[in-house]
Design a binder for this molecule. Structure first.
Ligand code: ATP
Ligand code: MG
Length: 879
């Protein structure tokens, strides 16, 4: 079976068992503060497990793109070194939301593996949870008994909490699990060593392929386990591992999932890929490097396609680090001194066509971003190599200090193993203990800076679902469902969840609402921000009401909301106008809509010209004048909406039903959860105020609307009036400024000429003052020249006419001391005089510093009163 047949067989099988197939969620997680990237198929269903959102169907299945490079599940260091852990991988999964449980899950997984895929039963092992006393969890005998129907007892193994109690993160849904492992060793080896002893023992031929998790608990902040409202099944099967096993291979990289990439890398690097290479073998390093490249391009490409650009912090930094890890292998081990990694992107995009189309439809953009990052990092690498050489010059004992190694890694992005490798080549070592200490210290520092302590929820009122009323009203009577305390940077805040709320929670670029919670006893609590967390709408406040169980009125700051809505609708109009003016390749890559302005990042490869900006503005303003009424459809089938040509965003998770926002059926139609003006006329006016580049292939436009646009235009016209007045109200302002500039340039030239004349005059005067001391013509004088260039010019001129010259010039330029030293070339050689060293000494007199070459050097300082002392001192160097 090919990889795509294997994927299809999985999905078809679960459809036959009454499951509906759902799309993969994006790899970048937006609404969960405990998670940066999707690390398991269940993430997108977290709020269903927690009982915070209803399930859309009781049984679903999918293939989910996952990334395990940070947080609780981090496999990065294994990737490439072993043959079955990836950064990005597909997790095939089937789910029951309070529907079937252990019995069906176990029976179906066995049926699929042994009857559909026809895996040999004697190579399969299954596990069950042995229980845990400390947690008060019992042995999972139910699972054991269920397996006994299909599997020989010698192949049913007990597992501990680490392997058989699955948890998403530090907190969140969890439960006991049952894994299925496959032994792909040759029969001879199997006869010698019992496979059962190799399960969960990091053996690369006895690997876990599938995990059936029986979700039953929620782990909360204090570490305790709470029963979930219902019991669920959550399974995850590593697609690449399954393919490997079904294709009879001993490495994931030998399957058709990876071979096209590996072959391309091998061919371009001129090195052979040896899948069987072992550590210590000559071709081991290259094999690891090729696997790293083939793997990492998937993580990097899919995160970029899902909207996360490489950056210097958070999720963007994780991506940048993965990319750099790949580029380092490409540079160092495979010998690519020019960008190469980016060339893998189109190959990968082609491969995932029809599976995850996000990549294919943006492949040029993704490739451009990767190329830019790669080029920048290669530059960093060469700067790092230079720094490395400097470190060698100042270190003692052939040891690179821990601090230096840390600086190489922190500032130059130079990984520690690269430093070690390069050190080894020179017969040096690295103080790795010192390095670890420095690293640890930095980690502690940054953790302290960002540590957030989130308390557990205090439940006031049991309520299943939370209702958002803010599309229809800005004032709602509601009750507190629960609240909790959150402390960060020594500041306490509270988060409150209401059963009903008109407050819009930050999402889709639109900022959260602010406003008030008004209580019957007169207490008013300010809401400072509103954010989403999984399915919840969380209101941020500085305190908790005295009577939290009372009914309250939640009131949104409507003036602020109105400005936000103007900017949001304007963003839609602008997006549509941009597609008309710039082309349909324009895709949203990020947006911010607040009450002051709107910011819109989009894929586009060149600067947006002034004419294009004017055109976009004029289209948007025309649509504003048309006063088009908002058409809001709250619940349209996603598939239907897409057919009518709505604008959907990459990296956004859409459900089966979506909200469609239309302003003129033939103009702007977007999937959007935000709030909008009732008719475009309310925006009043639209003005673009900035256009810039944010990253490779991504431009940014900032714009304002309504009162802000009005104020901006007023300010601009005032400025213009000021200019007119200064110019004495000319008829043609531009022309008048032009002639001013011309005149200015002419004057500048004349001044330069007169300075030159002055310095030539000085030249002869100074030459006469030369004093012969020990065969040196010594001149030390104060001069009055307006800039350093003129002084330099004078010094060079003197050198031409005075042999054996040792010249020191002191000047005050705009109140600052300046010292210039010039020494004839022959004196530098014969007498060992060094202008750079001399000027450094002299600069001490003016409280400054400087330096330069042996024959010419300059210095500046802060105390001009010392200039005469400096001139006095100059003679000491030759007498
Ligand atoms: P392992 O112990 O092999 O790291 P795991 O216990 O971390 O696996 P789960 O969290 O149970 O794995 O994930 C479910 C399935 O996803 C696993 O059975 C495996 O097939 C697959 N899987 C997990 N991590 C990776 C990875 N880094 N690369 C590829 N597949 C993976
Ligand atoms: Mg793991």
């Amino acid at each position: 079976m090919t990889a795509s047949e294997i994927r299809k067989a999985f999905l078809d099988f679960f459809v036959s068992k009454g499951h509906i197939i759902v799309p993969s969620a994006p790899i970048v997680v937006k609404n969960d503060p405990t998670l940066m990237f999707t690390n398991a198929g269940m993430n997108q269903f977290k709020d269903i497990f927690l009982g915070e959102a209803p399930a859309k169907a009781p049984r679903v299945a999918d293939t989910q793109r996952c990334l395990r490079v940070s947080g609780k599940h981090n496999d990065l260091e294994e990737v490439g070194v072993d043959t079955y852990h990836h950064t990005m991988f597909e997790m095939l999964g089937n789910w029951s939301f309070g529907n079937y449980f252990k019995k069906d899950a176990i029976a179906w997984s066995w049926e699929l593996l042994t009857e559909v895929y026809k895996l040999p039963k004697d190579r399969l092992y299954v596990t069950y949870f042995e229980g845990d006393q400390k947690e008060g969890l019992e042995k999972d005998t139910e699972t054991y008994d269920l397996w006994k129907q299909f599997v020989d007892e010698s192949h049913i193994l007990a597992g501990n909490k680490k392997d058989n109690f699955w948890e998403m993160g530090e907190t969140g849904p969890c439960g006991s699990c049952s894994e299925i492992h496959f032994d792909s060793r040759p029969d001879s080896e199997r006869a010698e060593v019992d496979g059962a002893t190799l399960v969960n023992a990091d053996h690369d031929q006895v690997i876990e392929i599938w995990n059936n998790v029986f979700m039953q608990f929620n782990r909360v902040k204090d570490g305790s386990l709470h029963q979930l409202p219902a019991k669920h099944v959550d399974t995850g099967m590593g697609f690449e591992r399954l393919v490997r096993v079904l294709q009879g291979k001993t490495s994931n990289y030998d399957t058709d999932v990876f071979l096209p990439l590996i072959d391309f890398i091998a061919q371009k690097s001129g090195k052979k890929y040896n899948s069987a290479a072992k550590p210590g073998d000559e071709d081991w390093a290259a094999a690891v490097a090729m696997r790293v490249l083939a793997d990492h391009v998937r993580a990097v490409s899919f995160t970029i396609a899902d909207g996360q650009l490489p950056a210097s912090n958070k999720a963007g930094y994780v991506i940048r680090r993965i990319l750099r890890r790949a580029v380092r292998y490409s540079y160092q081990t495979l010998g690519f001194k020019e960008p190469f990694f980016y060339q893998l992107v189109p190959l990968l995009a082609e491969q995932f066509k029809g599976v995850f189309n996000e990549l294919y439809s943006q492949k040029d953009f993704v490739q451009k971003v990767v190329l830019e990052e790669e080029t920048a990092f290669l530059r960093t690498l060469s700067a790092g190599i230079q720094k490395f050489t400097e470190v060698l010059n100042v270190s003692a004992d052939n040891v690179i200090g821990g601090q230096a190694a840390f600086e190489l890694s922190d500032t130059f992005g130079f990984p520690i193993d690269l430093t070690e490798l390069m050190a080894r080549e020179k017969g040096w070592t690295v103080d790795t203990t010192g390095f670890e200490a420095a690293l640890q210290e930095q980690k502690t520092r940054s953790r302290a800076a960002t540590a957030i302590d989130t308390g557990d929820w205090v439940v006031i009122k049991d309520d299943e679902s939370v209702e958002f009323t803010g599309y229809d009203e800005t004032e709602t009577v509601a009750h507190i469902v629960k609240y909790r305390k959150v402390s960060a940077k020594g500041k306490d805040q509270y988060q409150i969840v209401l059963d009903k709320t008109p407050f819009y929670a930050e999402s889709g670029g639109q900022v959260g609402d602010k406003g008030e919670l008004v209580f019957p006893d007169g207490e008013i609590i300010d809401v400072t921000d509103t954010k989403k967390e999984n399915g919840l709408i969380v209101h941020f406040t500085d305190k908790i009401p005295a009577n939290p169980a009372d009914a309250l009125t939640a009131i949104v700051d409507t003036q602020r909301r109105h400005s936000i809505e103007s900017n949001h609708t304007a963003t839609h109009l602008m997006h549509a106008a941009m597609k008309q003016v710039l082309g349909t390749h324009v895709n949203q890559k990020g947006s911010l809509v607040n009450n002051e302005y709107l910011r819109f990042d989009f894929s586009h490869f060149t600067k947006v010209t002034d004419e294009e900006i004017a055109k976009i503005e004029s289209i948007v303003n025309e649509k504003i004048r048309e006063n088009i009424a908002l058409k809001e459809e709250r619940s349209v089938l996603y598939a239907e909406a897409i057919q009518t040509g709505v604008t959907a965003l990459f990296g956004e998770k859409y459900g089966e039903y979506v909200r469609v926002i239309t302003f003129d059926d033939n103009f702007s139609k977007e999937l959007c959860g935000g709030t909008h003006v009732k008719a475009t006329g309310q925006i009043a006016y639209f003005k673009i105020i900035a256009e810039s580049a944010v990253a490779a292939g991504v431009r940014r436009i900032e714009a304002i609307t309504g009162a802000a646009a009005d104020a901006y235009i007023n300010q601009q016209s005032q400025l213009l009036n000021q200019v007119k007045e200064l110019l004495k109200n000319p008829k043609d302002i531009a022309k008048s400024i032009e002639s001013l500039l011309e005149e200015n340039a002419k004057l500048k030239k004349e001044i330069e000429k007169s300075i030159l004349e002055k310095s030539s005059g000085l030249k002869d005067e100074l030459a006469k003052k030369a004093q012969e001391i020990n065969g040196v013509n010594f001149i030390a004088e104060r001069v009055e020249l307006p800039n350093a260039d003129a002084i330099k010019n004078l010094a060079y001129n003197l050198k031409d006419i005075v042999p054996n010259l040792y010249l020191v010039l002191a000047a005050e330029i705009n109140g600052k001391p300046n010292i210039t030293v010039m020494i004839a070339d022959n004196l530098v050689k014969e007498k060992g005089l060094h202008a750079g060293n001399i000027v450094k000494e002299l600069a001490k007199e003016v409280k400054g510093g400087g330096g330069g070459q042996p024959f010419f050097a300059t210095a500046g300082g802060s105390d001009a009163s010392g200039l005469n002392n400096a001139l006095e001192k100059a003679k000491n160097f030759i007498s």
